[in-house]
Design a protein around this ligand. Structure first.
Ligand SMILES: [Cu+2]
Length: 501
């Protein structure tokens, strides 16, 4: 339960710079600020941090700078940037997630969808300079080289004693999470899950193993009358929408659907997306005892999605606010609007041209390379059958039907985690935000091979994995979900002479 950890347990405080917001490239199509008299536009930057080659780690950090006077945060705009101020491509470095914490609870959060929090006029998060701030984040380096990244956030801040401050009412937040609260609340949305190409978690969960992933924060019982004034969802690629629903006296109504609106030409498969948030006039009245539940729906028609999330942050004011609509009595507008436009960091979609050989056309290895059922992974290479290698090492190692090949991650000691994840052959095109996908003819996935405490790493806590024994004859291509430029192949074939390849 990371989010309940005392912040004193966080890593050493990191110096944080307050930089002027002037000259910053505006986010395209950003929802406009709600202006208040006396409002300050602040930009904070934490870092730069050195991001290790291939890093996919959860970090805990203290934040030692924040507004020094009491007031209200009315807008929050998260991002990452390089030391030169540019935003890296999402296919190179991405903000898997970042959660800003205060009073030992999530305050703001973002993933690569970079939703802008803009609270409606008259409402804000009350900041007390005595609050202790921290952060947990996961910056994912998809490349095998070191990088430097800062996490930035821009805030509209209205001091309590300013004319604007006196017009603002405090709102509080409830973290709804289909698989949380915990540091890494994830579930899988595979093609075999759900119906008609979509899967809703947890509604369509069938197995006990999947059921165990349902989080305590999937539901929330309203402790006193309140009015929800803002919410938006967080999903990973493949995500279609998150639904917040409310149940009262056995009846259920929709509270809000946050929809993933994709610019991605390949559809719901990448981070080239924005989530819808509630519109400025949204006021949903909840009564004491109402049960609010969260549901996350993924597209499972094109690919399987591993380590997926479904989160909605629900912001509310106490009591019945002016204009509040009781979802059981009136017509509540349950759809919203995106908070920004297409982001240029998502422009490299990938999959345009073949840059590696088609493994189905490669011969099987001969000589010493042909023996042994172990494939070691080191320095971002599958040492046998990696499509970027040459000669015998590139040829797909073979295994007889009913047997399996073992993969062992030798990079695990460097805290570099790899996966072996099925992708549809030839799986040899250029890497981008939408390529490759986990869309092999059958699903297999090793999970992230590596070690570390489950609450603080995405790993499986093992460094090896065996291919399924039930694969039919043929050539199987795979990639690493953590470093999608890594591609390999293996082959299931009988020992008979006619099986030439
Ligand atoms: Cu990898």
């Amino acid at each position: 339960m990371l989010l309940r950890l005392p912040l004193a347990a966080l890593a050493a405080l990191v110096a944080l710079a307050l930089v002027p917001a002037l000259g910053q490239a505006a986010i395209p199509g950003a929802v406009p600020s709600v202006e208040y008299e006396g409002m300050q536009k602040l930009k904070f930057k934490m870092g730069p941090f050195t991001i290790q080659p291939g890093q996919n780690e959860i970090a805990f950090r203290g934040i030692d700078q924040k507004p020094q006077v009491p007031g209200y945060i009315t807008r929050f705009e998260p991002n990452i940037e390089r030391p030169d101020g540019t935003v890296p491509g999402v296919d190179v470095i991405h903000l898997h997630h970042a959660v800003w914490l205060a009073r030992s609870y999530p305050m703001f959060a973002s993933g690569e969808e970079k939703t802008i929090y803009q609270f409606p006029r008259g409402y804000g998060y009350r900041h007390d300079p005595k609050d202790i701030w921290g952060m947990t984040d996961m910056i994912h380096n998809l490349m095998p080289n070191e990088d430097k990244i800062s996490i930035t956030w821009e805030m509209d801040f209205v001091p309590l004693d300013s004319p604007g401050g006196r017009q603002i009412q405090e709102i509080e937040q409830t973290w709804m999470d289909v698989a949380g609260l915990k540091a890494y609340p994830v579930f899988d949305a595979k093609r075999s899950h759900g119906t008609k190409g979509t899967f809703t978690f947890p509604d369509q969960v069938k197995t006990a193993k999947e059921r165990a992933k349902i989080g305590a924060a999937q539901s929330y019982v309203v402790p006193e009358d309140m009015t929800v004034v803002w919410t938006a969802g967080h999903l990973h690629p493949g995500g279609l929408y998150t639904d917040l629903k409310v149940t009262r006296d056995g009846q259920t109504r929709n509270l809000f659907r946050s929809t993933a609106e994709y610019w991605e030409p390949a559809g719901a498969v990448s981070w080239d997306v924005a989530m819808t948030a509630t519109k400025p006039g949204y006021r949903a009245l909840l009564r004491k005892g109402d049960k609010v539940t969260l549901h996350a729906t993924y597209d499972t028609s094109k690919a399987s999605w591993y380590e997926s999330m479904g989160i909605m942050f629900m912001w509310w004011a106490k009591g019945e606010q002016p204009g509040a609509v009781d979802p059981f009595a009136g017509a509540l507008e349950t759809t919203g609007a995106i908070t920004h436009g297409h982001l240029p960091e998502n422009d490299n979609h990938g999959g345009k041209k073949a840059i590696l050989p088609d493994a189905r056309r490669l011969l099987s290895p001969t000589g010493p390379r042909s023996r042994g059922a172990l494939v070691e992974i080191s320095e971002f290479l599958y040492r046998r059958g990696d499509l970027s290698l040459d000669g015998q090492a590139q040829l797909p190692p073979t295994v007889r039907p009913g047997q399996s090949l073992t993969f062992k991650n030798r990079d695990a000691g460097e805290k570099i985690y790899h996966t072996i994840t099925a992708c549809k052959a030839p799986c040899n095109r250029d890497t981008g935000v939408a390529y490759p996908l986990a869309n092999g003819p059958v699903d297999f996935d090793s999970g992230e091979l590596g070690f570390g405490p489950k609450f603080a790493t995405p790993t499986e806590n093992r460094d090896s994995w065996k291919t399924p024994r039930n694969l039919k004859k043929g050539t199987y291509t795979y990639f690493c979900r953590v470093h999608p430029f890594m591609r390999g192949a293996f082959r299931v074939k009988s020992g008979k002479k006619k099986d030439k390849r």
